[in-house]
Design a protein around this ligand. Structure first.
Ligand SMILES: [Zn+2]
Length: 300
């Protein structure tokens, strides 16, 4: 117990010394020196100083980052340091920016570069390390708790679903009841609403709300494609609206993306099998409209 404490103290001391050295060198705008110890890799050392291995290698002119020797002295650039970088073969502003945790735009600006694609080997660049702002991408939006429970309630047979197919309703005034009535009474589908899910648009339905259809709850086939075989294995999602004329609302887009991602996790349907009605249907159709861009919705 005592030995443990003593060792703990000594280690804390060492960490403190490193911290002070790093802080001091940064405060003074000077570089710290690190002597490579047994078992240390460039990656480990870089991490210690909040850098990445390739930046540290480049800063010390190390060609092969896998080969650092015990006792070798490395200059640790202080984080706010500006350095001069000589462009090498194969470099782009982006790859250089990545090395130094900055952005291609920041480098271009600092060096008065108008055409980022026209940089040349041997050209010298002033680079300020670590000025990149962390881009925080919003995580997938959450599905409302009650809806999520409805989606998750049915037990899904393994390999039950092969595709996820997206439709528009072709009429922005649709209501869930209206669609249900149309499918059951007019189109005479005994299972009613042909889709497994409907996403509202804020006219007669709540904007972005995911309505969980009876066919999903019962895990039965849809009625949204002109092929019984496809209906058997394709989950149907319908966004209310006419996307020949208008775009889906922002909330509809977010909900669609979230729903697709959730369904894919639960069913194992691959990304390549998330399709539009137009792309999968055996008969020509314009659904879900020419203004609907599935790839853009799923990738943003
Ligand atoms: Zn359709």
């Amino acid at each position: 117990m005592l030995t443990f404490l003593a060792r703990g103290k000594r280690q804390t001391g060492r960490i403190l010394v490193i911290a002070v050295v790093v802080w001091l060198s940064q405060a003074l705008g000077q570089a710290a020196i690190h002597t490579v110890k047994r078992g240390e890799t460039l990656g480990v050392i870089a991490k210690k100083y909040g850098l990445n291995a390739s930046a540290l290698a480049a800063h010390n002119g190390i060609a092969n980052p896998n080969r650092v020797k015990i006792g070798q002295k490395l200059t640790i650039p202080s984080k706010s340091k500006t350095l001069t970088y000589t462009i090498r073969k194969g470099d782009t502003l982006s790859t250089i920016a990545k090395k130094y945790k900055t952005t291609a735009a920041a480098i271009a600006k600092a060096n008065g570069i108008k055409k980022p694609n026209a940089i040349q080997q041997g050209q010298k660049l002033k680079i300020t390390i670590g000025t990149a702002k962390k881009i925080t991408r919003p995580g997938p939006a959450a599905i409302a708790g009650a809806t999520l429970r409805e989606i998750n309630r049915p037990r899904i047979r393994r390999n039950r679903w092969k595709h996820i197919v997206v439709h528009h309703s072709a009429d922005s005034n649709n209501s869930i009841r209206g669609m249900e009535h149309y499918h059951r009474r007019v189109r005479r589908m005994e299972n009613g609403l042909a889709y497994h899910f409907v996403i509202g648009n804020g006219v007669k339905t709540t904007d972005g709300k995911i309505y969980v259809g009876d066919r999903w709850k019962r895990q039965i086939r849809g009625g949204h494609l002109a092929s019984t075989a496809l209906n058997e294995v394709a989950i149907g999602i319908c966004l209310i609206g006419n996307f020949e004329k208008t775009l889906p609302t922002a909330k509809q887009r977010t909900s669609l993306k979230t729903l697709v991602s959730h369904l894919r996790k639960r069913t194992g349907v691959p990304f390549s099998q998330v399709r539009t009605h137009r792309h999968i249907n055996p008969k020509p159709t314009i659904c879900p409209g020419r203004r609907f861009n599935l790839q853009s919705i799923l990738s943003t």
